[in-house]
Design a protein. Sequence first.
Length: 107
Amino acid sequence: MSPATVPQVCFDRLELNRILTLYGRMVSAGEWRDYALDFLEDVAVFSIFRRTAEMPLFRIEKRPRLRAKQGQYSVVAAGGVILKRGHELAQVLKVFDKKLFKALSKE
């Protein structure tokens, strides 16, 4: 198979909009500085960095194969610990609500 025909998992427009809205709020709070997107055969990953040269602080992953099991969305911390997993992206991203509140209250 040529590289152009290899199937990839990707975030749709609504998913990316939700993730980028959260990302923008955390950037404006001074917590996050950079991100990266990876689209592979079995997973789409939005990696979040404090600095570009570091390991990602968090990864937001979409694994459609897990849709019927524990849920296709997950937030993974730097050490590989899964912070939250679920079927709805909005619910999974709520793991950041407390971090955002703390970051905004510092200002």
